[in-house]
Design a protein around this ligand. Sequence first.
Ligand code: NAD
Length: 333
Amino acid sequence: MQVAVFSTKPYDRAFLQAANRARATPHRLVFLEPRLSAETALLADGAAAVCLFVNDLADAPVLERLAAQGVRFVALRCAGFNNVDLAAASRLGIRIARVPAYSPESVAEHTVAMMLALNRRIHRAHARVREGNFALDGLLGFDMKGRTVGLIGTGRIGAALARILAGFGCRVLAHDPRPDAALPVEFVTLEELLAQSHIISIHCPLTPATRHLIDARAVARMRPGVMLVNTSRGAIVDTRAAIEGLKSGRIGLLGLDVYEEEGDLFFEDLSGQVLQDDVFARLLTFPNVLITAHQAFFTEDALAAIAETTLGNLDAFARDGRGMHEVSVEKLA
Ligand code: NAD
């Protein structure tokens, strides 16, 4: 089967090719660097399936173009599917599959890396030491042991993080509409979580209900000086509200692996260009903000697992006309 792979980076190509070579019947993978959009959909010409990542856009107009070109299957090489219009896909007869779980630890461990780096100001300490500045002022942190950490969402990633934080001796609060009693956490309302947590970490999916879940109202309910970490999806946090929270001191430390307008920035080397996003530029001015460019998933274990499941979805569609891990409006209903 011919597959148009959008947003390809060298690492995607390496892991997908390795998984494809290992198959009894390899697919014809056509690697494309551009992101999928209305302008680039034509590049999928001749393909029965497209393979997409987090910032590829598969809204109704794009899916209509793909359907007209004969595309019948979208294999997402990520867990989130907020960038796909599932209702339009269903109407057009395009099936959607994703990689529901690859390595929740990859994201959970990166989240812990951000928490510890922010807490102990590792980003600032590293820059200082390289400049010959060995002073400690401004680098004061706190013990994780005994601190309260609030997890919004305790699915695969939230659960993996809860287990790590339990090992640190943290008190872990959690909020999830589907609480899992087996986890080492205390389930509370979102209001209680916001009010009590020294650290808040976001691990729910981006849906219409969670868009700007963390807005000015939610920030106002947080503990003064709270650490907020988002490694889920950018638009769950209203960035402008976070900036106001940083300016007032309500948010003491902010860690972001995702950003609501990341589509035009992340995964590209823009170091020679003038940054056009003034909101993002403001975020970069804060000494207490640490940003990584959507790299929480980026471990060799996760990439190998993503490639294997993605090829498994493509195999299943080529063989049975349906992916292994499909998402649809009908399934979510
Ligand atoms: P999952 O589906 O296993 O878990 C999501 C959990 O969120 C579920 O338990 C669900 O009940 C809960 N939830 C839904 N709505 C909620 C709400 N309003 N409040 C609180 N909880 C809510 O997903 P996962 O594998 O744990 O991944 C979580 C998210 O992490 C994904 O949706 C994706 O957006 C993001 N992600 C980011 C990266 C990265 O590299 N930064 C990588 C993978 C996934």
